[in-house]
Design a protein around this ligand. Sequence first.
Ligand code: CP
Length: 314
Amino acid sequence: MSSEVVEEFDVDHSGRHFLSVEDISNDDVMRIINRGRQFKAGDTPRVEPGHVAINMFFENSTRTMTSFQMAEHRLGMKILDFDPGHSSVTKGESLYDSVRTVDAIGAEVAVIRHSTNHYYDYLLSTGTLGLSVVNGGDGSGQHPSQCMLDLMTIAEEFGHIDGLTVAISGDIAHSRVARSDAQILTRLGANVVFTGPREWMDHEVTRLGSMATLDEIIADVDVAMMLRVQHERFDAGPDFSATDYLQAFGLTDERAERMKPNAIIMHPAPVNRGCEISGHLVEAPSSRIFEQMGNGVMVRMAILEQVLQARESK
Ligand code: CP
C-alpha cells in the first residue's frame, strides 16, 4: 500500500461505497436494519442478478467473509475468487494495484478487509477506481457491517435502540466493533457503558459513554456485549491468564445470573471461550451470538443492494 499521506479526503456520500459508520446517517442505519429484517422475512432483492463481487480479505475471517459470500449468492451476484496468499500480493503487489487490477478485470464491488486503518482513503482518493468498496473491517478502525448486524439484533430483540443500556466490555482499544457500535448506539439514544481493564480503554471511544466495572453495571444492562481479547493486535504480557481475566473482567456464570430476565448476551466472535465469557454462556438461552451471525447475512444483503442501487442510479 502506498505510504502517501492523504491530508484531505472527500468522503463519498453517494452510497456507492460502504466504508465507515461515520459516513452513514441515522436514517440510513435504520434503512439497512429494516431492509435486513425484510430479507429475513423472505423479501426478494431489488437488483438485477449477475453483478460481480470480489472478497479481498487480507486479515483472516470466518463470519464476515462467508456471510458476505452468502449475501452475494442470495443477491444473484457472481463472485470472483481472491486469496491474498495465492495472489501477487506475495510478490509485493500493493493493495492499490491489486484493487485496480480486479477493477480492470470487471469486479463491480470489492469487499475488503485490511489491517491498515482507513485503507480505503488512499484507494478512493486516487479517483481511478470504478468499483465500489465495502469495508469488511480496517485494522482497529471500523467494522461497519458488524455494527449493522449488531444493531439489527438489538432492534429485533427490543423493538427500539433508544433508552437501552448496553455494556461494551473488554479490549476496547483494539476493537473496531466497539468503535463502530458505540458511535451508532449513542447516536440512536442508547446508554453505552464501557467495562474492562483501564489500560485497554481508548478515550476516543469511551468519551461516547461512561465507564464502570462489569460488577457495578451487570444488573442494569439490557445488552452485555463481550469483546474478544485481540492478541494479534497487542501483547497482553507474559502474565496474562484467561482464567484470571474471566474472573476479573469477563462474563462469568455468577455475573450472568445477575442480568435482568430479558437482557441478552452478544459477542461479535470469534469467541475466546473461558476468557471474556464463560464457555457455555455462548449457547445460553439469553445469548444472541449465533443470531448475530445469521443477521450478518441479512444486513450484508441490504448493504450490497444499496451499493448496487447507488451504482445503477449514476
Ligand atoms: N465478527 C467478525 O468480524 O468475525 P470474523 O473475523 O470471523 O469475520
